[in-house]
Design a protein around this ligand. Structure first.
Ligand code: ZN
Length: 333
């Protein structure tokens, strides 16, 4: 697997690790914050080889003897947290709500099972192998947060001021964004996806839109999404338009008395934002939005949602090649 061999400076003291791969799952962005002899990492990669690659890429940027003292997890999905265990002794900060909902996330053991022991000729087994089979979950254990907060939390990395702002429930129950006021930079976690259709497990979409409005209200120059290239505010505004358009389409289907499946099928067949990857995520987005429209109080079942998306992809996309990371790709042109 080809991964970025170097980090890209996006602002003073901020270097992004951007695997830059669209059309598949699990390649999240991370951000190294370094100042003097202190360093922090915003999110950790999905598995050991990716985390080792990130550690090697970060090493030249750290002053002698500097170690990552703080990890921030923007939310609890494994592609942002499973690498925590390679930073022993670091403070791991997330929202209280993310910590409370960790039990809803598939564990590394469950991911290993889903990618190796499910039926490869059935939609879920095929889909999990296709998009998650290249990651090494075997032997991984989750290192949970050591510190949680609600609302806002400020701290410093050396001289760099960091502000964590809770914006969930949106992508998950407990999302946060990371604001660097002096650098006019925001690290959004997965409330923002670019290049692919987003996936939002908790919702409602209005919550994701509100999170995007919070990002824009900080007047950032530079924005690092959870997945996709480093951008400016205009791309987040366009993404906000996408969310509101999709919300309108889903609500109209619900008002017309159509099932979530029928509404998602109608949106998919219309070619909605057809240049984006992973259209099957619309099925998850629609199912999650219907849960809110129907006042369903239960927690979403992530595997059941993935299974629904896998069925559509199995039918429509079975023979398409699996995207691979671009050689040495670090930043969008
Ligand atoms: Zn992610």
């Amino acid at each position: 697997m080809t991964l970025p061999k170097e980090l890209t400076r996006i602002a003073a003291g901020l270097h992004a690790w951007t695997p830059q791969i669209s059309g598949t799952w699990g390649f999240a962005n991370c951000l190294l914050v370094s100042s003097g002899h202190d360093a922090a990492l915003i999110d950790t990669p999905y598995d050991e080889p990716m985390t080792r690659a990130l550690i090697s890429a970060a090493a030249p940027l750290l002053a002698d003897g500097t170690r990552v003292s703080t990890i921030v997890n923007t939310h609890s999905n494994g592609d942002h947290t499973f690498g925590n265990r390679f930073f022993p002794g670091a403070d791991i900060i997330t929202t209280q709500s993310s910590a409370d909902h960790l039990c809803n996330e598939p564990t590394p053991e469950q991911m290993h099972h889903l990618t190796t022991e499910t039926a490869a000729d059935q939609p879920l087994g095929w889909y999990m192998r296709r998009h998650f089979g290249r990651f090494e979950y075997d032997g991984d254990e989750l290192l949970p947060p050591t510190r949680t907060f609600t609302g806002r939390h400020r701290f410093n990395v050396g001289m760099t001021e960091v502000e964590l702002i809770e914006v969930g429930p949106a992508h998950t129950a407990g999302d946060l964004i990371v604001h660097f006021p002096e650098q006019r930079t925001v690290c959004t976690g997965d409330v923002v996806f670019l290049d692919d259709h987003p996936v939002h497990w908790q919702g409602p979409l209005a919550g994701v839109s509100k999170a995007c409005e919070t990002i824009l209200s900080l007047d950032p120059e530079t924005i690092l999404p959870g997945h996709g290239p480093v951008v400016g505010p205009s791309e987040v505004r366009a993404y906000l338009d996408y969310l509101q358009e999709l919300e309108g389409r889903i609500h109209a289907g619900h008002r017309a008395g159509r099932s979530a499946e029928a509404t998602a099928a109608e949106i998919l067949s219309s070619g909605f934002h057809g240049h984006l990857g992973l259209p099957e995520r619309i099925i998850i987005l629609t199912a999650v939005e219907y849960r809110h429209l129907n006042d369903d109080p239960t927690d979403p079942d992530l595997i059941a949602l993935a299974d629904q998306a896998a069925r559509w992809a199995f039918e429509h996309n079975r023979d398409a090649p699996v995207p691979a990371p671009r050689q040495g790709a670090v930043l969008h042109p």
